[in-house]
Write a protein that binds this ligand. Structure first.
Ligand code: PLP
Length: 454
């Protein structure tokens, strides 16, 4: 018997072989492994991705809302190569030029009073460290979060979120995460002012029941993302900030998806005029070119660890290659005015989707901030019955699957979930590209129109 396994791996560039190798030897997240049909992308350029057969796809979700600068930007490649030519890895207790420069650059774009960063490897590790630090710093144990949020798939982050993907591992949830609800305006019958009042009253009741002296932090997304871009009622985050101040509770902003220009500001919370105690972020920090996360803390929290040990650490904290990529990506945001472009293109998208709403009876709602948007399809615009329910079972996805298949056929890559179609192209997008993408969405949504009831 030979002591190495003989595996007949296909090595060609034929797309079928490439996909088959992926299916035979790798596992795909959040999926039943049989029956999936992944696209093999060969390269990316700007807002487009190209498969091995030369078919072009417009990327209307910026990957997973992370490729904010668009695909294939060679400035990042060059920065990464340069760093690797110098040194690829040093331990996190060493200093590097890029680590210091990136920390300084981040401090120049973060809200006032948040100036020190612990670098992590992804969003979930930023969240885990935020939770851990909040507990260490306050000496309290409970973390309060919104049901309709996603904070990552590691145990703490998953338990913190309310996304139904955590339900299959329900019995293994980490303790001391308490959830609260913020109903969303589209289906709230009593107006936004009343929604704000009810949501705040509910949060205050939860805090009283749980004991404010036990609550380390309230963690909220800077803007809601994969749960459906469910907006906070106006003024909500400001009141949360006041409640936190009153009880000595920390306010953690999860800016993993909403950071780095995605919502038309450097960080989503800036749309709400609040300053959190910590920002946990990732995705757009490198635009997904290499993995990196960051936990940015207030000066007050940072000062606590001048004379106390910071009990946090990761082998890949402040990885030099990731820091080099991030530093270049931040320069690209500035050089190409991408935060400003997100505002302009976001407004344009809103105007155009408004027109689509009039044309398509299946479009119920569009919620958008900057370029973080989500179209919600319904069976009836008056009753607002969703085209597929929250946490839809496979047989409830029949219509939405047809819509998603049409988008793919037309050459669009985007995130379709339950009755949501996400509209979150790279921040470099132009009006013409918005028109191109929305024309595809319009064609695909016509399928759903056929399933609306008068
Ligand atoms: C708001 C938010 N927080 C945290 C995460 C987790 O990030 P990661 O997948 O990099 O661990 C995500 C990922 O989508 C997210 O959207």
């Amino acid at each position: 018997m030979p002591d190495t396994k003989i595996i007949p791996i296909a090595t060609g560039t034929d797309s079928k072989e490439i996909v088959q190798n992926n299916l035979d030897y790798t596992l795909f997240s959040w999926s039943k492994q049989k029956g999936i049909d992944p696209i093999a992308f060969k390269y990316g350029d700007g807002v487009y991705l190209y498969d091995y057969d030369g078919k072009r796809y417009i990327d209307f979700s910026s990957g997973l809302m992370n490729v904010n600068i668009g695909h294939g930007n060679q400035r990042v490649t060059e920065a990464v190569v340069k760093q690797m030519q110098e040194v690829s890895y040093v331990t996190p207790n060493c200093a590097t030029k890029v680590r210091g420069e990136l920390g300084k650059k981040l401090a120049s774009v973060t809200p006032d009073g948040l100036n020190k960063t612990l670098f992590t490897v992804c969003g979930a590790t930023a969240i885990e460290n935020a939770i851990k630090l909040a507990r260490l710093y306050t000496g309290r144990h409970k973390i309060l979060t919104r049901y309709q949020s996603y904070h990552g798939a590691s145990y703490g982050a998953m338990s913190a979120g309310g996304d139904p993907r955590k339900l299959p591992a329900d019995s293994q949830q980490a303790p001391n995460f308490i959830h609260f609800d913020i109903p969303y305006l589209y289906r709230w019958e009593y107006g936004e002012e009343n929604l704000l009042k009810e949501s705040i009253n509910h949060l205050e009741r939860v805090i009283a029941f749980e004991g404010p002296q036990n609550i380390a932090a309230i963690m909220l997304e800077g803007e809601s993302g994969s749960s459906g871009c469910l907006k906070y009622p106006a003024g909500y985050l400001k009141q949360v900030r006041e409640i936190c101040n009153k009880h000595g509770i920390l306010f953690i902003a999860d800016e993993v998806m909403s950071g780095f220009g995605r919502t038309g500001k450097w960080f989503g919370v800036e749309n709400h005029h609040v300053i959190p105690d910590m920002i946990a972020t990732a995705k757009g920090i490198t635009s997904g070119y290499v993995p990196l996360g960051a936990l940015i803390v207030s000066d007050k929290i940072a000062a606590q660890y001048d004379d106390n040990v910071l009990w946090l650490g990761l082998t890949y904290s402040a990885h030099p290659v990731s820091c080099a990529a991030a530093l270049e990506v931040l320069k690209i945001y500035e050089d190409e005015n991408l935060v400003e472009n997100a505002v302009m293109m976001g407004k344009y998208v809103e105007e155009q989707v408004e027109k689509l709403k009039k044309k398509h009876p299946s479009i119920g709602d569009f919620r958008n901030t900057g370029l973080l948007g989500c179209i919600e399809l319904v069976k009836n615009q008056k009753t607002k019955e969703p085209m597929a329910p929250f946490n839809a079972k496979p047989d409830e996805m029949m219509v939405m699957n047809k819509v998603a298949a049409k988008l793919k056929e037309l050459g669009m890559y985007t995130f379709v979930r339950w009755n949501y179609i996400f509209v979150a192209p790279p921040l470099i997008v132009t009006k013409e590209q918005v028109d191109e993408g929305l024309a595809m969405i319009s064609e695909a949504v016509s399928i759903a129109d056929g399933y609306t009831a008068p």
